[in-house]
Ligand binder design. Structure first.
Ligand code: NZQ
Ligand code: ZN
Length: 387
């Protein structure tokens, strides 16, 4: 295990009707709220009316900004910053998924900053001063509800970059599994894929003696293998939705990363895909991750054998370690297909035209990943394996 220093201050308020706790929590941090949301799903489900009713009843003033798109855009972040300054907003409540929460976090670091908020996403500065942010989560996926990061798409430059700092962790998150019943199957599956990818990015480490976190990751991964098909069969299965929702948070609140060096190569490659083709992050990961695995498994074949055996019960009677490792990768791909995810770029109509451009952009700040550092030619080779 490598040394670590762990603190995740995000309060998680979990269960039915927990939106009722909003006023008591908000009053700890601010006086005037920006209510930030996406393309309208919360209006269709009635969650918007419920939250507005709760804020009005408690006499909490708010202004609102909807319209966050999946792969949240910098242009809307600029609008949010302007609105918060004009209206003296001192607290941001994101109601939605990773895109809305990430957009809220970006607005929150932009308001107190005199320069261009993109500086934080362009590796120039680390944000330390921010308005407080909280969320009401509607899709278990990105883990942004308790993560220290935000990923924003610069819609002028076609770049999608992360920024992170401990100060960006939301103060609290309301997680009511009932708010996820309305998710369409595709979004459910994209979310599940992202959760499982967050687990795998941490699982594939070269650090030894990480048994506690190995076992936590394996248990959560297997929970996803079991419960994802259940929620797809019955979207209103509260218990299964609750398992997936909690899995999404623990997969990305960094607890499972402690003592380990995570990889993150697949995520960074996926960000290039969603920056250019505007695909869902989870769908991109279902394509990139197996290709990454096929490219790197020989770096530490024993870890891939452990993955195959412990995650997918691959039988040790396979001919040799290589066969076991490859069977683990095959089973991941068949699971992805079984939940309706693409596993090849060709499944979503993407060819090799822009592979070199994506590879070049992916390494603009240096090589990617830690399990096996990836240079431009490696990234291009992985994307070709994904064709
Ligand atoms: O916009 P609305 O109308 O709300 O619809 C959304 C959106 O179309 C819909 N949706 C969400 N909850 C719903 C619902 N539809 C019906 N019922 C509900 N209850 O789902 C669609 C996707 O929403 P989005 O917020 O984009 O999904 P997700 O949570 O997967 O977020 C993806 C973004 O998070 C970033 C990704 O790169 C991507 O941009 N990530 C953020 C991370 C972080 N901050 O720590 C880490 C992740 O690895 C990831 O990179
Ligand atoms: Zn992710």
């Amino acid at each position: 295990m490598v040394n670590f220093n762990y603190c995740n201050p995000a309060r998680i308020i979990f269960g039915k009707d927990t939106e009722r706790e909003l006023p008591g929590q908000i009053e700890k941090y601010g006086h005037k709220v920006l209510l930030h949301y996406g393309g309208g799903s919360i209006k269709k489900t009635g969650l918007y009316d419920k939250i507005v009713g709760i804020l009005n009843e408690a006499g909490i003033p708010f202004v609102e900004l909807g319209g966050v798109q999946p792969n949240p855009r910098l242009s809307l972040v600029y609008k949010g910053i302007e609105l918060c300054r004009k209206e003296d907003v001192d607290f941001i409540l994101a109601v939605g998924g990773g895109s809305t929460i990430d957009s809220a976090k970006a607005i929150a670091i932009g308001v107190p900053y005199d320069g261009d908020v993109w500086d934080f996403f362009d590796n120039k500065l680390v944000p330390h001063v921010t308005l407080p942010v909280a969320s009401v989560l509607t899709i278990p996926a990105a883990g942004s509800e308790s993560s220290d990061g935000s990923v924003i798409t610069n819609d002028t430059l076609n770049l999608k970059h992360p920024a992170s700092s401990e100060e960006m962790i939301p103060k609290f998150t309301i997680m009511n599994p009932e708010n996820t019943f309305s998710l369409p199957p595709y979004q459910t599956a994209c979310g599940a894929t992202d959760i499982m990818a967050h687990l795998m990015e941490r699982y594939f480490t070269t650090v030894g003696h990480v048994d506690v976190t190995d076992r936590l990751i394996e248990g959560t991964f297997r929970t996803m293998l079991y419960n994802t098909p259940k929620v797809l069969r019955n979207p209103n299965d509260y218990d299964a939705r609750a398992e997936v929702m909690w899995a999404g948070t623990v997969a990305h609140n960094n607890l499972f990363q402690m003592g380990r060096i995570p990889d993150w190569g697949s995520h960074n490659i996926e960000h290039e895909l969603s920056a250019i083709y505007d695909i869902a992050h989870g769908a991109g990961l279902a394509i990139v991750f197996p290709a990454w695995m096929k490219y790197v498994y020989k770096t530490d074949i024993k870890r891939f054998v452990q993955y195959a055996v412990r995650m997918f019960d691959v039988d040790l009677s396979f001919a040799d370690d290589e066969e076991i490792a490859l069977e683990g990768i095959r089973r991941l791909e068949s699971f992805s297909k079984s939940i309706g995810m693409p596993t090849r770029l060709s499944d979503i109509g993407i060819g090799d035209e822009r592979i070199d451009e994506m590879a070049e952009k992916a390494v603009m700040y240096g090589p990617l990943g830690n399990f096996k550092p990836l240079y431009k030619e490696d990234v291009a080779a992985i994307l070709r394996l994904a064709l």
